[in-house]
Design a protein around this ligand. Structure first.
Ligand code: ZN
Length: 71
């Protein structure tokens, strides 16, 4: 555990089949506080919104789409 904050709602139980998601590696941009990857996605290619757990397309490497999703 690195970041104990009120965002710590990623581990869900119950009937969800969601696996644990993890933050992007080696990035400090604030936008990545809102997005993450499945733990098994070692290449971190599929982005998930931490808020609604929707899959988000990153539009080719920039974070514009990610920010758009937040709005
Ligand atoms: Zn969302």
């Amino acid at each position: 555990m690195m970041d104990r904050s009120d965002e710590e709602v990623l581990e869900t139980g119950g009937d969800h089949d969601d696996e644990e998601i993890v933050s992007k590696k080696g990035v400090v941009s604030v936008v990545w506080r809102f997005f993450s990857f499945k733990k098994s996605d070692v290449d971190q290619t599929t982005i998930y919104c931490k808020c609604c757990r929707a899959k988000v397309v990153d539009g080719g490497g920039n974070t514009g789409n990610l920010l758009h999703h937040l709005n």
